[in-house]
Design a protein around this ligand. Structure first.
Ligand code: MRU
Length: 366
């Protein structure tokens, strides 16, 4: 096996979904890919809230880090003007937390910023110094996610079969996860380790993150990929053309139930019927130890125009009644393993998740 340093020269970190430049927070506008590559200025709090709600930035870890940066920037501005106190910090967090309810990484990241702001305020740090320290703390989350994605992907690569044909749903690549990727990260590491993966990519209706973003990322990495519609996975599983399934997650409860993009649950049922291993790849920040089961995960319902229109044009009858849940929950019983930076976790998940979180707590730099 190649040494890590040599490996990282073979493939870069992927497309980073955001950058801080000239004091501005710039997000790649993921709504416009693959046709247009453009940054969206989300420096101000309202712009950041809009960017998360409208999915300029998307994918659980990327949403979290973007929110942390937006929160830190807003608070540093207030601190410079002498208007900082713990209530202002909490209100800013609440505003960001309300933008998208399912991905727990959002609350996880704003909680970290809140905790650190509290520490700084207790030390009577105010003004410019408060802002600088808080912002650089939020910025460090970006690198931390990248490191963790690399680590979990190595663990995932170890269970990846030679020449494995993998199906993935939605986009759990570098755009969604602050570099390298989670589900796509495992596939990239499998490629680096000489395992020659090829990928079936679910289109992922209604927002088409598969056809628009996952195909774009895999193509850049020169990983063979084939686009299929969401309704075709049973066909290819039945023909034994899929060896394993790996998806990301937006929130994992203490018992291992995993919320991910709508359609994931169906893919997991199909995979189990066909005896194909179904894995989730996610950093520990996606685990919500405060909820026992998936029944407690809040599911975001989005505007039904996402379903009823394509490129602004109606594709159904006028006044059609529609529903648009953005996520579903895959029961733990359908999941073979959860690939994390603390290793691949296996059932019983209530035990393996708890142990992984404890190991992480004892070694974490955060
Ligand atoms: O609605 P989205 O595009 O933010 O949903 C994203 C997903 O469901 C991803 O699969 C999940 O966030 C994992 S990202 C590493």
């Amino acid at each position: 096996m190649l040494e890590t340093e040599q490996k990282s020269q073979l493939m870069d970190d992927g497309t980073m979904p955001m950058k801080v430049e000239g004091g501005r927070i710039l997000l790649i506008d993921q709504r416009k890919l693959p046709g247009i590559f453009e940054y969206f200025d989300a420096t101000d709090l309202d712009a950041m809230c809009f960017a998360i709600t409208d999915m300029v930035v998307r994918g659980a870890p990327s949403i979290g880090v973007a929110a942390a940066l937006g929160m830190a920037y807003h608070l540093s501005k207030l601190a410079s003007a002498g208007n900082i106190n713990i209530d202002v910090v909490k209100n800013t967090k609440d505003k960001l937390d309300a933008t998208r309810p399912t991905a727990v990484n959002l609350k996880w990241a704003t909680e970290k910023v809140l905790d650190y702001a509290e520490v700084l305020l207790k030390r009577s740090e105010t003004g410019k110094k408060f802002g600088e320290q808080l912002f650089s703390y939020a910025e460090s989350m970006l690198q931390d996610h990248l490191d963790r994605n690399r680590k979990l992907s190595e663990f995932g690569s170890a269970i990846f079969p030679q020449d494995g044909k993998v199906l993935t749903h939605c986009n759990a690549g570098s755009l969604a996860a602050c570099g390298w990727g989670t589900a796509l990260g495992v596939i990239r590491s499998a490629k680096l380790n000489g395992l020659c993966p090829s990928v079936f990519v679910d289109e992922t209706r209604p927002r088409n993150q598969g056809s628009k973003l996952t195909m774009w990322e895999l193509n850049q990495d020169k990983i063979p990929c084939t686009l299929i519609s969401d309704s075709m996975s049973a066909f290819f599983m039945g023909r034994k053309e899929i060896d394993l399934v790996i998806t990301g997650a937006d929130r994992i409860s203490a018992n291992g139930d995993s919320a991910n993009k709508i359609g994931t649950y169906g893919v997991a049922v199909l995979a189990n019927y066909h005896k194909i291993p179904f894995y989730i790849a996610a950093p520990l920040s996606t685990i919500d130890p405060n909820i026992e089961s998936g029944a407690q995960i809040p599911i975001e319902f989005r505007d039904t125009d996402e379903l009823k229109t394509i490129d602004g044009k109606s594709i159904t009858i006028e006044g059609a009644v529609a529903l648009n849940p953005a996520f579903d929950v895959t029961p733990a019983a359908l999941i073979k393993g959860i690939i994390t930076e603390e290793g691949v976790l296996y059932p019983p998940f209530s035990t393996s998740i708890k142990e992984a979180l404890e190991r992480d707590k004892s070694t974490s730099r955060r």
